[in-house]
Design a protein around this ligand. Structure first.
Ligand code: HEC
Length: 274
C-alpha cells in the first residue's frame, strides 16, 4: 500500500516538473532589443599566446606596454602589475628601474609621517590614474575607466573584445533609432554591449612611435595593447601551458598502467572460472 502511494506521489512530482519545464520552454522568447540587433561580436584575433603551445611575443608585449603607458594610462590604472613584473617582457634591470622612476607613487615623509609622493621603485605597483572614483567620474562624463589588469579575463573573449572595441568606433548607422544614438559625451561602438560608451576613441594613427619600426596603425596598436593585457591578466600563462601537457601525459600513463595492472591481477582468476 505504502509503496503504491509513494509511486503515485513520485509520479505526481515528475509530471508537475515536466509540465512546468514544457510551459517554460514554450513561453521562452529571446528578448529582441535594439542593442541586440546592432551589437557585433568581437572580430577574430590571433595572438602568439593562443593555443596549447602558445608563447608570448615579447616584442608585441613591449609595443602594447608602450601604447598603455603613452595613451591608456591617462585614464586607466593597472594596479595588479608591479614595475619589476615588466622584466618578463624582456626589459633588463636598468630598463625596469628607468620605467619605475618615470612614475610618482604614494609615499610617506620620513620626518613628519605625512602622506607625500616619491619616484617609483621596481617593487612599486602602477599608480592609480585618478585619486578616487569621484575624480575619475568628474573627468570622464560620469563614467569610471575600469582597471585594465584583469580586463581580458573579465570580458568574454577578452583579447579579441579589447582589440575590436579599440578599433571599432564608427558613425552610428542610419537605421539606428533616435533613443540609441550617442548622447552628449558618448561614442558609438557596436562592440560595446549597450552600443555607446563614455570613452572617446583613444587611438589615432601614429599616436605612438614604435622603437622596432612597426607602423602604428590603429589596428596594430589595438592588437598590441590587447596582447599586453592578456599578459597582465595572466603573466604565468606560458608556465601553465608548459606544465599542462606533461601533467596530461603523466595522467594518461598512470591510467594505462592502472588498466594493465587490473588486467594482470584478474587474469588467472578469470582463467580458473573458465
Ligand atoms: C580619456 C580617458 C580614456 C583613455 C585615454 C582610455 N580610456 Fe578606456 N575607458 C574610459 C572610460 C571613461 C571608460 C568607461 C566607458 C563606459 O563605461 O561608458 C573606458 C572603458 C574601457 C574599457 C572597458 C569597456 C567595457 O567593456 O566595460 C576598456 C577595455 C578600455 N577602456 C580600454 C582602453 C585602452 C586599451 C586604452 C588605451 C589604448 C584606453 N581605454 C584609453 C576612458 C579612457
Amino acid at each position: 500500500m505504502i509503496r503504491i502511494l509513494s509511486i503515485l506521489v513520485g509520479l505526481f512530482f515528475t509530471v508537475a516538473l515536466a509540465w512546468s519545464l514544457l510551459t517554460g520552454l514554450l513561453n521562452f522568447e529571446l528578448p529582441h532589443t535594439v542593442e541586440h540587433e546592432f551589437h557585433e561580436h568581437p572580430k577574430e584575433l590571433h595572438l602568439a599566446s593562443d593555443g596549447a603551445f602558445g608563447k608570448f611575443d615579447r616584442q608585441q608585449l613591449q609595443r602594447g606596454f608602450q601604447v598603455y603607458k603613452e595613451v591608456c594610462a591617462a585614464c586607466h590604472s593597472l594596479r595588479h602589475v608591479a614595475f619589476r613584473d615588466l622584466a618578463a617582457l624582456g626589459y633588463n634591470e636598468a630598463e625596469v628601474k628607468a620605467i619605475a622612476v618615470g612614475y610618482q607613487v604614494d609615499g610617506i615623509d620620513p620626518n613628519t609621517g605625512e602622506a607625500t609622493t616619491r619616484v617609483g621603485m621596481p617593487t612599486d605597483y602602477f599608480p592609480l590614474a585618478f585619486p578616487n572614483d569621484v575624480a575619475a567620474r568628474a573627468a570622464n562624463n560620469n563614467a569610471i575607466p575600469p582597471d585594465l589588469s584583469l580586463m581580458t579575463k573579465a570580458r568574454h573573449n577578452g583579447a579579441a573584445y579589447v582589440y575590436s572595441l579599440l578599433s571599432g568606433y564608427q558613425d552610428p548607422p542610419a537605421a539606428l533609432p533616435e533613443d540609441n544614438r550617442p548622447g552628449e559625451g558618448l561614442y558609438y561602438n557596436p562592440y560595446f554591449a549597450n552600443l555607446n560608451l563614455a570613452m572617446a576613441p583613444p587611438l589615432n594613427e601614429g599616436i605612438v612611435s614604435f622603437g622596432d619600426g612597426t607602423k602604428s596603425t590603429v589596428e596594430q596598436m589595438s592588437k598590441d595593447v590587447a596582447a599586453f593585457l592578456v599578459w597582465t591578466a595572466e603573466p604565468k600563462l606560458e608556465k601553465r601551458k608548459q606544465t599542462g601537457l606533461p601533467v596530461l601525459g603523466f595522467l594518461l600513463f598512470a591510467t594505462i598502467l592502472g588498466f594493465l595492472s587490473y588486467k594482470s591481477i584478474w587474469a588467472d582468476k578469470k582463467k580458473k572460472k573458465g
